[in-house]
Design a protein around this ligand. Structure first.
Ligand SMILES: NC(=O)c1ccc[n+]([C@@H]2O[C@H](COP(=O)([O-])OP(=O)(O)OC[C@H]3O[C@@H](n4cnc5c(N)ncnc54)[C@H](O)[C@@H]3O)[C@@H](O)[C@H]2O)c1
Ligand SMILES: [Zn+2]
Length: 362
């Protein structure tokens, strides 16, 4: 069965389709009038596992489908890798416009989307997310980009995909650590907008961690709907609505950067970031301490870290300065007013940031 959620952005609107296979993809692409040359950007291991399932239907329907592979690592989300992809595309392009298919997790999605935004001043792309994190979050919304060694997501663009296809079957091969990482973003949705989802996670920890089909059927569309709504209301994060999706991300991104993108998955880093943001929210009198305790307890139950022992605070605070939420010398923090409600604040005292931050890495 397929179901669809719409991201409403005028002429840039698109659907997030949940499907049991990629069999319908060629017809969907044809309906959208996509170019006949499809270039799949992915990892070799993913192509080995799922390549025939994706490329077969496309080729049978007359698409020319080529592949470009990149190594599996956050470190592939780099300017150098984007250039390498663009050189390969340029060599193969010969006046043809490519359709890029991002087949992988958030690294592939952000990187491919970035290439699609700038290659020949913009070409169409489609997101085929294969991690839980990418299906609920990164494949939706058109924030694309690459990391600099000292600043996460620092180079990028807004470039909406033409379609997102969430094939539920591909998640079956996802390792436990990556399932947990996706659950980090799902907790975020609960805290920012959906107390019922938060409660569901609390009461179905085992099914959620196991990636049980019933749990996925509850969690994935719920998160996609929230993201679609938020992006439709505030595509370019100019109205403060989309900023709420960054709950836990200010410290989370700094932890990723400070550890050379090696120690934490994105979901692990934002889990620690959510604990920190909750603590700040309590100390600023915004969030009941009991709600903050629920956030920490849920993350722990899901097997996510709640502290980042051993990371150098000076490296973290250096990275914080490069956060895009650092505006005009004032840091922007997404805080919580209780599970289901977030608020953006520019007045978090530096001493509080340092105290809570140091406690996270101590
Ligand atoms: N653009 C956005 O709005 C947005 C939102 C959230 C996160 N992000 C970004 O997403 C990135 C993290 O994405 P991620 O967590 O998907 O990590 P990832 O893309 O690195 O994937 C994690 C690992 O899982 C493997 N994998 C992927 N699919 C698999 C499958 N079906 N079976 C087995 N293994 C599989 C990958 O090869 C990789 O090794 C970060 O760079 C983060 O900044 C972007
Ligand atoms: Zn995130």
């Amino acid at each position: 069965m397929t179901s669809s959620i719409r991201v409403s952005l005028g002429e840039r609107s698109y659907s997030i389709v949940t499907a049991p296979s990629y069999a319908a993809l060629p017809a969907q692409l044809a309906r959208l009038g996509m170019p006949a040359w499809a270039c799949v950007v992915s990892h070799q291991a993913l192509l080995d596992r799922f390549g025939p399932e994706l490329l077969g239907p496309l080729r049978r329907a007359g698409w020319q489908a080529d592949t470009i592979t990149v190594p599996e690592s956050e470190r592939s989300k780099s300017y150098a890798m984007a250039e390498r992809i663009m050189r390969q595309l340029a060599r193969r392009a010969l006046m043809r416009e490519p359709l890029l298919l991002a087949f992988g997790g958030g690294v592939i999605g952000d990187l491919t989307g970035f290439v699609a935004a700038v290659f020949r001043r913009g070409v169409p792309y489609v997101q085929l997310p294969t991690t839980l994190l990418a299906q609920v979050d990164s494949a939706i919304g058109g924030k694309v980009g690459v990391d600099l060694p000292f600043a996460k997501n620092f180079v990028g663009a807004f470039h909406q995909p033409r379609l997102v296809v969430n094939h539920v079957g591909v998640l079956r091969s996802l390792p436990l650590r990556q399932r947990r990482s996706g659950l980090g973003e799902i907790v975020k949705y609960g805290v920012m907008a959906d107390p019922e989802l938060f409660r569901y996670l609390e009461t179905h920890v085992r099914g959620c961690v196991a990636g049980h089909p019933t749990a996925l059927r509850v969690m994935v569309p719920r998160c996609c709907r929230i993201k679609a709504r938020v992006v439709s209301q505030d595509e370019r994060e100019t109205r403060g609505i989309r900023t709420g999706l960054n709950f836990g991300h200010t410290l989370g991104h700094a932890l990723e950067t400070a550890t050379g993108y090696r120690r934490f998955t994105h979901g692990e880093a934002i889990a620690v970031g959510m604990v920190a943001a909750s603590r700040m929210s309590v100390e600023m009198g915004l969030m009941p301490a009991s709600d903050a305790a629920r956030v920490t307890a849920l993350l722990r139950a899901l097997g996510l870290p709640t502290s980042a022992r051993g990371v150098s605070w000076s490296a973290v605070s250096r990275a914080l300065r490069f956060d895009k939420k650092f505006l005009e010398g004032r840091m922007r923090w997404v805080l919580c007013r209780g599970i289901g409600r977030v608020v953006v604040r520019h007045d978090v005292p530096p001493a509080l940031i340092e105290r809570v931050g140091r406690a996270c890495v101590a």
